[in-house]
Ligand binder design. Structure first.
Ligand code: ATP
Ligand code: MG
Length: 675
C-alpha cells in the first residue's frame, strides 16, 4: 500500500509521462479526422453552426438533451421521460426513471480502452513535484475507499463531509461516495473549525474524511486539529477517516481511523449502487459572498450530463489533452471541471494543491512548462495578483503547450483580459471567460462553444451555452428586449445541470431563485446584452449603484481604476448618501511597483473616471488599502466593504468564510480616519 502513503505515490513518473504523451499524439491524430463535435446531430442537415444548434436546443429541448444523455452517459436503465420541470414551483426532474452511477461514468467505463492512461496529475504543493495516476490506479483507490465507507456503515443517501486538500485521495473519496450512493459535501480545507462545524451540522454528516496535516504554500496546516475542534461540536459525527498527507504523526482519538491502513484491508472491487437520475450526487456550500452560505444540492444524471457536455464544448477538449483547472475541490469549479467534466470524458485532469504565488509568482507557468498543460482554467483574482508581480515570471517559461485560457468567478476586467491574452497566451490562445454559478452546475455563458474561428470579444463571456435561454429583466420585472441593453440576468427554461434544492431549506431555494421573476431562474447577477447578442456580466444585482437616479455598475468603475498602471485592484460599493441617494465608495489596492504618490494617483483615477464614464461615477471616497477582504475562494466580500462604507462596522454579519480578517481591521481603522 505504499502507493497511498505519506510521501505520495511510488510511480515511475517518467514512464507515465511518456505514456501520456504518446496517448496525446494519438488523441491528436483522432481529432484531426473528427470534424464534428456533435455526432449526435449529424443527421440534422440544417444544423451547421453553433447558433443553429443552440436554436435547435431551445426549440426541441427533449430531443436535444435525450440524444446527448443516451450517447454521453452510461446507464443501467434508460429513462422514460426527458424532463418534468416547472419554474413556477421550483420542482425539477430530468431523465425520469433512469438509473446510473457517477463513478462508473467517470472511471469504470474508461478502463477497457484507457486503463493505463493518466487520469489525474497531482501537482503537489512542494514545487516541482508531481505524481501521475492512471485510470486503473484511480479505480482501485475508489474501490477500496468505497468498501471502507460501506463497511463503516455509510449507506446510500448518507452525507459524508470531506475536508481534504486537493489530492488524489480527495477525488477518489468523492467518487467512492458516488459509487456507494453517499452524498459528498466537500468543505474547503482552509475553513475554520467553526465554519466546518456549521457545515457538518447543516448536512448532518456522520462521517468526516480529513488528513493529518496539509501543506499550502510551504506552510504546514494542522487539518486534524481543526477537525477535532469542529467534531467536538458535532455530536452526530460517528467516525473520522484520517489520510496521512505528511509523515507527521498526529494524535488519534476514539472516532479516528487511519485511512490508508484501513484501505489496505479492503478489496479494490466495490459493488456499485444503482442511483436514480434524481438522487443527489453531492451538496456544496456556495462561497458566501452575499450572505449565509447555502448548501446547494445537485442531481446525479442531470449534473453529470451537463458538466460532461459543457466541459467538452466550452473548452473544445480533445482526447489526450491535459486540462488544468486550478480551482480547489472545495468550490463548484473544482467539482465540475477538475473532476466530473474531465473524468466523465475520459480526460486527464490536474489537481493543483498549491497557491499561485508559491514559491514565486511563476508557479503556474513553470507548471505549464513541466506538465505541458493544454488548458488552464483559473480565477480573475489570481490573474490580477500575478499581473501585479510583472511579466518576467511568465516569460521565463515555455507556454507553447497552452491552447485555451479559461477563467471564472468574477468579471475579468479589461487589463487582466489583455494581459492573459497578450502576455500569458502570446496572442495565440483563446480566452474562455465562463459565467456560471454553484447553482447552475456548469458553464452557462462562454465565448466559444466548439466553433473554430468564432469571434471572441474581450471582457465578456458572450454566448449562451447550448440549451441555455437567457433573458434580461428590468427593475419592474419586465423583459428587456433588443440589443445594447441591460438588466437582471435570468434563465428562461430549465437545463439538466441546475441545482435541485438548498439542503434542508427548499423554501429559501424557491424564494432566492424562482420568486423574484416568476417563471424564470433568477441568477442575482446583472448583464449587458451587446450587439450581436453577446452578454457581458456587469456584477451582482446588489452591486448596481443608484446614484442620483442613475444606475451604475460597480464593475464599470472598477474597470477604469484597474486600468491605471499603479492600481493592482479595486472594489467599489455604494453607501447611503443624503443628496444622491447612494454614494460611491472605492477601495483601491496599489501595485508593489508603483512610482507615483497616492495623491497623484487619486487625481489621475478621478480624471480617468470622468473621461470614460462621466462625473456622475466619481467616488465620494477613495480608500487606499494593502488588500481587500475575500472569501476563501478569492472573491471580494463586498457586503463587508458596504457595511464599513455605511459606518456600520459592528454589523459585518457572517465572516466565517473570510480569508484574512486583518484586512477588515485595517479598513475599519482607515475609514474612521477619513470620515
Ligand atoms: P454566494 O451565492 O454565497 O453569495 P457566490 O455567488 O460567490 O456566493 P459562486 O456560486 O461560487 O458563489 O459564484 C457565482 C458568482 O460568481 C456568479 O453569480 C457571479 O456573480 C460570479 N461570476 C462567476 N463567473 C463570472 C464571470 N465569468 N464573470 C463575472 N462574474 C462571474
Ligand atoms: Mg451566488
Amino acid at each position: 500500500m505504499s502507493m497511498f502513503g505519506a510521501v505520495g505515490f511510488s510511480l515511475t513518473t517518467k514512464s507515465r509521462h511518456l505514456l501520456l504523451r504518446s496517448l496525446q499524439r494519438k488523441g491528436c491524430a483522432a481529432r484531426c479526422i473528427s470534424t464534428t463535435p456533435f455526432p449526435e446531430f449529424d443527421d440534422l442537415v440544417d444544423i451547421k453552426t453553433h447558433e443553429d444548434l443552440h436554436k435547435f436546443s431551445l426549440e426541441q429541448p427533449d430531443t436535444f438533451w435525450s440524444r446527448l444523455a443516451r450517447s454521453r452517459l452510461t446507464w443501467n436503465k434508460d429513462f422514460s421521460t426527458v424532463s418534468k420541470c416547472d419554474f413556477k414551483t421550483g420542482q425539477l426532474e430530468w431523465f425520469v426513471e433512469g438509473t446510473l452511477n457517477a463513478s462508473v461514468n467517470c472511471v469504470d467505463r474508461h478502463l477497457k480502452e484507457r486503463g493505463d492512461q493518466v487520469a489525474l496529475i497531482w501537482e503537489r504543493d512542494e514545487p516541482g513535484t508531481h505524481v501521475y495516476l492512471t485510470y486503473k490506479e484511480l479505480s482501485e483507490m475508489v474501490g477500496r475507499i468505497g468498501n471502507l465507507l460501506r463497511n463503516s456503515g455509510v449507506k446510500a443517501g448518507d452525507r459524508v463531509a470531506i475536508y481534504l486538500p486537493k489530492t488524489p485521495m480527495a477525488i477518489a473519496t468523492m467518487l467512492a461516495c458516488a459509487r456507494i450512493g453517499a452524498i459528498h459535501s466537500v468543505v474547503f480545507a482552509g475553513f475554520s473549525a467553526d465554519a466546518l462545524a456549521g457545515r457538518i451540522q447543516d448536512a448532518e454528516a456522520q462521517t468526516v474524511v480529513t488528513a493529518n496535516q496539509t501543506v499550502r504554500g510551504g506552510r504546514i496546516i494542522e487539518l486534524k486539529q481543526t477537525v477535532d475542534a469542529a467534531v467536538s461540536k458535532c455530536p452526530g459525527v460517528k467516525q473520522v477517516l484520517v489520510y496521512n498527507r505528511t509523515e507527521t504523526k498526529v494524535p488519534m482519538g476514539k472516532l479516528d481511523i487511519d485511512m490508508v491502513e484501513a484501505m489496505a484491508h479492503e478489496s479494490p472491487d466495490c459493488p456499485v449502487e444503482e442511483r436514480n437520475s434524481e438522487d443527489t450526487l453531492f451538496m456544496l456550500y456556495t462561497s458566501g459572498s452575499t450572505g449565509k452560505p447555502k448548501g446547494i444540492t445537485h442531481s446525479t444524471a442531470g449534473y453529470l450530463l451537463y458538466t460532461n457536455v459543457t466541459f467538452k464544448h466550452a473548452f473544445d477538449y480533445n482526447p489526450g489533452e491535459i486540462f488544468g483547472c486550478v480551482a480547489d475541490i472545495g468550490w463548484i469549479t473544482g467539482h465540475s471541471y477538475a473532476l466530473y467534466g474531465p473524468l466523465s470524458n475520459g480526460g486527464t485532469t490536474l489537481l493543483f494543491e498549491s497557491t499561485p504565488l508559491y514559491p514565486d509568482p511563476g508557479r503556474y507557468w513553470e507548471m505549464v512548462e513541466r506538465l505541458k498543460l493544454d488548458h488552464i482554467y483559473l480565477a480573475p483574482t489570481s490573474l490580477r495578483m500575478l499581473l501585479k508581480a510583472g511579466d518576467e515570471y511568465v516569460k521565463k517559461y515555455d507556454r507553447s503547450s497552452l491552447r485555451k485560457l479559461g477563467c471564472v468567478g468574477e468579471p475579468l476586467n479589461s487589463e487582466a483580459w489583455e494581459w492573459y491574452y497578450n502576455v500569458v497566451g502570446e496572442k495565440r490562445c483563446d480566452i474562455i471567460d465562463t459565467w456560471w454559478q454553484t447553482e447552475t452546475g456548469g458553464i452557462c455563458i462562454s465565448p466559444r462553444p466548439s466553433e473554430p474561428g468564432a469571434e471572441i470579444r474581450p471582457g465578456m463571456p458572450m454566448r449562451p451555452m447550448l440549451g441555455i435561454d437567457l433573458a434580461l429583466v428590468d427593475t419592474q420585472g419586465a423583459e428587456v428586449t433588443g440589443e445594447d441593453c441591460e438588466g437582471a440576468l435570468c434563465i428562461r427554461r430549465p437545463w439538466p445541470g441546475i441545482a435541485r434544492t438548498i439542503h434542508g431549506d427548499h423554501q429559501r431555494y424557491f424564494e432566492t431563485y424562482f420568486k423574484p421573476m416568476p417563471g424564470m431562474y433568477y441568477t442575482g447577477d446583472g448583464a449587458h446584452r451587446h450587439k450581436g447578442g453577446y452578454y457581458q456580466i456587469t456584477g451582482r444585482m446588489d452591486d448596481v449603484l443608484n446614484v442620483s437616479g442613475h444606475r451604475l455598475g460597480t464593475a464599470e468603475i472598477e474597470d477604469v481604476m484597474d486600468d491605471h498602471i499603479d492600481v493592482a485592484e479595486s472594489a467599489v460599493v455604494g453607501f447611503p448618501h443624503e443628496i444622491k441617494g447612494e454614494g460611491i465608495y472605492a477601495y483601491v489596492v496599489l501595485k508593489d511597483t508603483r512610482t507615483l504618490g497616492k495623491k497623484e494617483i487619486e487625481t489621475q483615477l478621478r480624471a480617468g473616471i470622468k473621461k470614460r464614464i462621466g462625473n456622475l461615477a466619481q467616488p465620494d471616497m477613495i480608500l487606499f488599502t494593502p488588500g481587500l477582504p475575500r472569501t476563501r475562494s478569492g472573491k471580494i466580500m463586498r457586503r463587508i466593504l458596504r457595511k464599513v462604507a455605511s459606518d456600520k462596522p459592528d454589523e459585518l454579519g457572517d465572516i466565517s468564510t473570510l480569508s484574512e480578517p486583518e484586512v477588515v481591521d485595517y479598513i475599519v481603522k482607515k475609514h474612521e480616519q477619513l470620515r
